[in-house]
Structure formats: structure tokens, C-alpha cells
Design a binder for this molecule. Structure first.
Ligand code: NAD
Ligand code: ADP
Ligand code: S3P
Length: 543
């Protein structure tokens, strides 16, 4: 015996006729997993059909057998497990499902259209709960059960008008999703959902109180915003499509003003919402609009670049650029949810993908060595990322795992320190020099590339001050280089760099402050380091 506890990959619940058995079997088939249906297992156990058991022993006896069997299967079945329609109404099963979710399980509420499910449930008979006026019985049960199903499930899949195959694909995408929960002082908890098709959650995350949705996006992601708009319209929202200039050109007060004007003209109220879709520039602007319109309305981020997925869209920093500088005007304002839909990466250019790996690696250095291991193992595939091939390649799972880990690092720091009073500053590893490079390159250097050079600089500084050995500095260079990221910069004078580093937001008075490493996973604050070390580290990244 290995002693490892097994558990179902997913448990499917829903009304009679929702398709729990049919769709569940299909999911198991596609995922090459075993399938079990609670009703069939019960029939084996009691040696008779369910209608006969109901007739002979009654519903109460059935519920007891059902609850015991489910409790056992939740401990030792490792495939797709469909429950009978009424099973989640039993309190002990509700507790068992909550425990299963706490262990990482997925309880999928197969939410079929009532008319479709009712018609299917009436086919073929064999459902004792529908004896008599079947439609009336079904409707009554639906009223009782739907609120409970919503509560006990952690995944909800709408299947209206879908074939069993289509519904199964949707279930599969959703059970493969990775979810990072962000919470902490001053944060209304929210989830970052990572996976293929996570954008489908938009209506669920926006909720029912919202009437109008402003979909803020840029032109290069039009294909994805078209999809989001369709989803939103199908869910009954009135959608305002707002196209803003691409990249940093969109993060201006003039653009913000134009968006505020649209919201005013179109009657946006406090109960309406914003969806920001695109790279980090678009999500920063959308968050800023959401934070400021009527002093704060609901917003959801749909990041479409790797950098936006792992960094910009999570953590609640929103903002625009002004003449005073980049990101100097903004607000801490957390989204209602972040939907990192991997399908959007299919159109992402290689250089923008690679740049995102700079922040991924940084997160590995400061906290999560597993990130570094994954980067090492897959460096050459990552480096030759090709959006057109991505979704059909094994790289998809690697990238999803990297995003999950990196968002986890960000969520950890943000949870403890939303407003960057201390711990959150560790996320700034590599950024002190990185920001100076970006500025001196007039922002033609991409952020993640500048951060990569900045990480090598911070590692050199850590070494010069005796915190880490040369091997770890070399490791920074070799890992980042293997991913196609730059590790040196020689396009500006030391005096300009130093002056800019003094204006970094971590600096205090005349004192420079850096984040350096004591070892992988152990960053520390470094205040007012010796001037010669600060300069020598710079000399070392010039070649
Ligand atoms: N709020 C934060 O915490 C935070 C953190 C890090 C960065 N940022 C901000 O994020 C911005 C950088 O983000 P970025 O690197 O995503 O840059 P970006 O938003 O400028 O996007 C880069 C380019 O890629 C395009 N693009 C994005 N997704 C695409 C897709 N799926 N297919 C095709 N093209 C796509 C964009 O349209 C743009 O042309 C900066 O403004 C930075 O200040 C914010
Ligand atoms: N999405 C669907 N489209 C068409 N028929 C379906 C769909 N889902 C289920 N069915 C059919 O409806 C009937 C009831 O489905 P079943 O899986 O037994 O529901 P449940 O287990 O939820 O009670 C079956 O005949 C099944 O093949
Ligand atoms: O709704 C219910 O209470 C029941 C639903 C049935 O399963 P299906 O939902 O698969 O029909 C079966 O467990 C039993 O007849 C009781």
C-alpha cells in the first residue's frame, strides 16, 4: 500500500436529466479515466434496480445507502464520478463534498436548461422521484435543489443547447483549470482562473446585479474581445465596446477621459461593470477607470499577454502614465476576478511571450524554486514559443503551471501587503535597475527584458556584499539567457543610472534601497549599500 489517498478527478452533480451520466461518461472517455455512476454502484450493492429499492425500502433507506457509498467513493475512486440528482441534499454528503473540495477536488454542477433537462428526465422512466405528475415534481425539486447545488459545487457548467460532446469538452476544460485564490487584509477575495476557456466565466464573475458592461480592449486582441462580447451579450448584458490605443499609448489621462465620457453618455451607474481585456497596459487602464468611475465599480480582468497574466492583472495596482512618469497616477483597487484564458495566447507574438518570462523567473528567484526547475527543464521550448502551435502542444501545460506558480508568488506577497509597505517590495527584485533601463531606453525596451537584466544586477550586488556565491550569479545569467532574455545592458552612463535609481519608489531620502538575495527563495531589503558595490555591480552587467 502506498498510503496515498486517491480521490475523484471530478464529481458531477445536477438535476435529473441534466446529463450527469451521459456527459460524465464522455468526459471520462476523452480524459481516458474510469467512470462511475453512484446509482449504478448502489444497484450493484443492493442487488436490485433503484425503482424497486424505493418501492421496497423507501427513500430514506435509499439516501442512507447513497450517502455511505458516496463517502467511500470520495476516498478511493480516481475517475469521473456522477452522483444521483438528490444526493447533494443529504447533509453528510454536503460535508463530504466540502472536504473533497478542501482536498483540491472539483464538484461540477452540470447546470442544464430546465426545459431540456426536464424533457430528458421524463424519457425512459426509471426515476421514482418523478412518479405522478413528472413535470410538476421536477420543477418542485429544481426549486429546492438548485440553490444547494450552487452552494456545494465549486465549478458550474452551463450546458444549454449543447450536445453531450460539447458539454463534456466544457467540463473538461473547467476541471483542468487552475485557480489561485487571492485574499488578505483590505482585499475582497477573488480568484485568478487559469486555463483554456476561462473567459466563459465572465457572466458568473460579473454576477447578476450588473446591467451594462464596458469592454475595454485594444485592437491587436480584437479576436478575443469579439469572443468576450458574444459571451456577455448571450448572458444578457448591454455591452459597450471601447477600443483604446494599444500599449502605453492607452495609459494616458486623455484616453481615460474619453472612456469616462463614454460611460457618462451611456449611463453607467455604480451597479454596472468594466471588463479589461488585453496586455498589462489595457488591464491597468481598465482597472483605473473602474477605480475612479463613481469612486469605484466592479471590474474583471481578462489578461491576454503572459506578463499581464502573471503580474499586471493580479494584485490591484491600477494606473496610467503622466508627464511626471510611468504609473505615477493610480490606485490600489482589486478586481472581482481574473480570467487568464490560455486560448488568448495563441495570437501572442514570441518576443512579448519571452518578455513575460522575465517576471516568471524573478518570482522563482525570490520565492519558488519550482518555477526555476520548470524553466530549466523547458527552456528551449519556451524560447521558441509559437502562438499558432501553442494550444496543440505540450507546452500549454508547462505554461499553465508556470502561470499558476507565478500568480501564487504574487498572491502571497499581495495578500500580506496590498499597499507595498514591506513584503510586497520583494516583488521588485530586479526592478531598481530595470526601471532605470526602461526610462533611459525611452520605454522601447520591454519591461520583462529590463527586469531580467535588473535581476542579474541585483544578483551581482548580492554577491559583492557577500550574501550569495558566484555560482548563483552565473545561474541567473545562464537561466535567463537560455530563455532568450537579455542579461547585459550597455547603453547609458552610470551617473544617469544612479540618478534614476535614487528616484526609485523604494528609495528613502538620499538612501538607495534594493531587494537582494540571501539565497534562492530568500530575498532581503538592502538599505544604503556601499557606493562602490552599487557601481561595480553595474560594471559587471555592462558586458
Ligand atoms: N498593475 C500592475 O501590477 C502591473 C505589473 C506589471 C506591469 N504592469 C503594466 O503592464 C504593462 C505591460 O504589460 P504587457 O507586457 O502585457 O504590455 P502591453 O499591454 O503593452 O502588451 C504588449 C503588446 O502585446 C499585445 N498583446 C497582448 N496580448 C496579446 C495577444 N494575446 N495577442 C496578440 N497581441 C497581444 C498588446 O496589444 C501590445 O501590443 C505596462 O504598462 C506595465 O506598467 C502593471
Ligand atoms: N446534452 C445532451 N444533449 C442531448 N441529450 C442528452 C444530453 N445530456 C443527456 N442527454 C440524454 O438525456 C438522457 C438523460 O441523461 P442522463 O445522463 O441519464 O441524466 P442524469 O444522469 O443527469 O439524470 C439520456 O438519454 C442522455 O443520453
Ligand atoms: O433526484 C433524485 O432524488 C434521484 C435521482 C436519480 O438519479 P439521476 O439524477 O441520475 O436521475 C436517482 O439517484 C434516484 O432516482 C433519486
Amino acid at each position: 500500500m502506498s498510503g496515498v489517498r486517491t480521490m475523484p478527478v471530478a464529481v458531477i452533480i445536477g438535476m435529473m436529466g441534466a446529463g450527469k451520466t451521459r456527459v460524465g461518461k464522455e468526459v471520462a472517455h476523452i480524459m481516458d479515466l474510469p467512470f462511475a455512476d453512484a446509482d449504478v454502484e448502489i444497484e450493484h450493492e443492493v442487488g436490485m434496480g433503484i425503482p424497486e429499492f424505493f418501492e421496497r425500502r423507501g427513500e430514506q433507506a435509499f439516501r442512507k445507502v447513497e450517502a455511505d457509498l458516496i463517502a467511500d467513493m470520495l476516498e478511493d475512486f480516481d475517475g469521473i464520478f456522477s452522483l444521483g440528482g438528490g444526493a447533494p441534499m443529504t447533509p453528510s454528503t454536503q460535508r463530504a463534498l466540502a472536504d473533497y473540495i478542501a482536498r483540491g477536488g472539483r464538484v461540477v454542477y452540470l447546470d442544464a436548461d430546465p426545459a431540456e433537462a426536464m424533457e430528458r428526465a421524463n424519457r425512459g422512466g426509471g426515476r421514482p422521484m418523478l412518479n405522478g405528475d413528472a413535470d410538476a415534481r421536477w420543477k418542485k425539486l429544481y426549486k429546492e435543489r438548485d440553490p444547494v447545488f450552487r452552494k456545494v459545487a465549486n465549478v458550474r457548467v452551463h450546458t444549454r443547447g449543447q450536445t453531450p460532446q460539447m458539454a463534456a469538452r466544457k467540463v473538461m476544460d473547467m476541471i483542468r483549470e487552475r485557480i489561485v485564490h487571492v485574499t488578505g487584509t483590505g482585499i475582497e477575495p477573488y480568484d485568478v482562473c487559469i486555463g483554456e476557456g476561462t473567459m466563459n466565466h465572465l457572466p458568473d464573475v460579473l454576477g447578476e446585479g450588473v446591467v451594462r458592461v464596458a469592454l475595454i480592449h485594444t485592437q491587436p486582441v480584437q479576436r478575443h474581445s469579439d469572443h468576450a462580447r458574444t459571451l456577455l451579450r448571450q448572458a444578457g448584458y448591454t455591452v459597450s465596446d471601447i477600443v483604446v490605443p494599444d500599449a502605453e499609448a492607452g495609459k494616458t489621462v486623455d484616453v481615460a477621459n474619453g472612456v469616462w465620457r463614454r460611460l457618462g453618455d451611456e449611463g453607467f451607474t455604480r451597479s454596472d461593470a468594466i471588463v479589461g481585456l488585453g496586455g498589462g497596459a489595457a488591464t491597468d487602464l481598465a482597472g483605473f477607470i473602474a477605480a475612479t468611475w463613481m469612486r469605484g465599480i466592479r471590474y474583471v480582468n481578462c489578461p491576454t499577454s503572459l506578463l499581464a497574466m502573471v503580474d499586471a492583472s493580479t494584485g490591484g495596482k491600477t494606473g496610467i502614465n503622466t508627464e511626471a512618469g510611468k504609473n505615477l497616477v493610480g490606485s490600489f483597487y482589486t478586481p472581482a476576478g481574473v480570467l487568464a484564458d490560455m486560448r488568448t495566447l495563441a495570437t501572442l507574438p514570441n518576443d512579448i511571450f519571452i518578455e513575460g518570462l522575465g517576471e516568471v523567473a524573478k518570482s522563482g528567484f525570490i520565492m519558488d524554486p519550482e518555477i526555476l526547475r520548470i524553466l530549466e527543464d523547458h527552456a528551449s521550448e519556451l524560447r521558441s514559443f509559437d502562438g499558432a502551435m501553442f494550444l496543440d502542444s505540450g507546452l500549454k501545460d508547462v505554461v499553465a503551471e508556470l502561470i499558476e506558480h507565478t500568480v501564487g508568488v504574487k498572491a502571497y506577497h499581495v495578500s500580506a501587503d496590498l499597499k507595498e509597505a514591506g513584503l510586497r517590495e520583494f516583488l521588485n527584485y530586479g526592478h531598481t535597475l530595470g526601471h532605470a533601463i526602461e526610462k533611459l531606453e525611452h520605454f522601447r525596451w520591454r519591461h520583462g527584458n529590463a527586469v531580467a537584466v535588473g535581476c542579474v544586477y541585483a544578483a551581482e550586488l548580492s554577491h559583492l556584499l557577500g550574501y550569495i556565491d558566484q555560482d548563483l550569479v552565473d545561474y541567473h545569467r545562464s537561466l535567463l539567457g537560455s530563455l532568450g532574455l537579455p542579461t547585459s545592458w550597455n547603453n547609458g552612463s552610470w551617473s544617469d543610472v544612479l540618478a534614476l535609481m535614487h528616484r526609485d519608489k523604494k528609495a528613502r531620502g538620499n538612501k538607495l534601497r534594493f531587494v537582494v538575495l540571501e539565497s534562492v527563495g530568500h530575498p532581503i531589503h538592502l538599505e544604503d549599500p556601499p557606493a562602490d558595490a552599487v557601481e561595480e555591480a553595474f560594471r559587471r552587467i555592462q558586458q
